[in-house]
Design a protein around this ligand. Structure first.
Ligand code: CAA
Ligand code: NAP
Length: 248
């Protein structure tokens, strides 16, 4: 993937940072998009830290829930770097509670961030990929989108929706040299999982045959595999990475 232009949304998060480092290590020009509620200084600090560790990453602000913000992001990237070759739709949030307590904001914020975002970003990228007859699109879903999860009707619905998007787009653009795949991580050691109450976390680990949470680098490695030029025959697939917690 040397010199390929790669955009990772949520690129400064737990899994996103690992993906950025992995792609940079393999020679891609990596762009991490961030939101950070508009705290651009925090984003610059992340960038400086990455550089100090040897990873040169470009950074751009976006709100993935907003179509126009995504259009602006892609325009800026294309003007500076040319067409995007590798798109990793990774930005996402949780807002866990049982349905009987869930309000409309908790539903909409999760659906907009996790599912509308896939349309908002990919729609702005796809025409240039088609024109260039090359692309690797990797959507980060979740084990919760496969098996459902107590307290996550919003999140599980958003992540299940990603599978339908992936399989449909894969069929539309296969003849253009573009692959579209999903990765469904299980529980990975990031802030998202650490926000779960400890007593619940212990119960979750007990359900994972490998006996631990996954590491962000274990997801990043799989992204690298699907992003490689040599993975051109893999499309419309879903790669499950969950320590054996749920087998399909
Ligand atoms: N696995 C196993 N058991 C779980 C569970 C889980 N993921 N989530 C909840 N439970 C159990 C609790 O341990 C509890 O069991 P007992 O009645 O036997 O004690 C029962 O369900 C009810 O839970 P709470 O007492 O915690 O209920 P609450 O109303 O106080 O809180 C909740 C509800 C906010 C949903 C809370 O249970 C919770 O945060 N659960 C975690 C849900 C979860 O797994 N979210 C994943 C976040 S990370 C992520 O989403 C990344 C990804 O893609 C995997
Ligand atoms: P994380 O550290 O919280 O990262 C999530 C990222 O999403 C953040 O970097 C955040 O950007 C970005 N984001 C949120 N709202 C946004 C918005 N409106 N606009 C732009 N960016 C926004 O969580 P993570 O664990 O790395 O999760 C990454 C992805 O993996 C998510 O899609 C998540 O659902 C999925 N996943 C995680 C696990 C897990 O166990 N951790 C398991 C399965 C799937 P800023 O930080 O810049 O605000």
């Amino acid at each position: 993937m040397k010199n390929r232009v790669a955009l990772v949304t949520g690129g400064m998060g737990g899994i996103g940072s690992a993906i950025c480092r992995h792609l940079a290590t393999h020679g891609a020009k990596v762009i991490a998009s961030y939101n950070k509620s508009g705290n651009h200084e925090a984003a610059k600090e992340w960038q400086a830290q990455q550089l100090a560790e040897g990873y040169d990453t470009h950074i751009y602000y976006v709100d993935v829930t907003d179509f126009q913000s995504c259009a602006n992001l892609i325009k800026q990237i294309e003007e500076k770097f040319g067409a995007i070759d590798i798109l990793v739709n990774n930005a996402g949030i949780t807002c866990d509670t049982q349905l009987y307590k869930m309000d409309i904001d908790q539903w909409q914020s999760v659906l907009r961030t996790n599912l509308d975002s896939i349309f908002n970003v990919t729609r702005n990228v796809i025409n240039k990929m088609i024109k260039h007859r090359y692309g690797r699109i990797i959507n980060i879903s979740s084990i919760s989108g496969q098996k459902g999860q107590y307290g996550q009707v919003n999140y599980a619905a958003s992540k299940a929706g990603i599978h339908g998007f992936t399989k449909s787009l894969a069929q539309e653009v296969a003849h253009n040299g573009i692959t579209v795949n999903t990765i469904s991580p299980g529980y990975i050691e990031t802030q998202m999982v650490m926000a779960i109450p400890e007593s619940v976390r212990e119960k979750i680990i007990a359900q994972i045959p490998v006996g631990r949470f996954g590491k962000p680098e274990e997801i990043a490695q799989a992204v690298g595999f699907l992003a490689a030029e040599s993975s051109g025959f893999i499309t419309g697939s879903n790669l499950t990475i969950n320590g054996g917690q749920y087998l399909t």
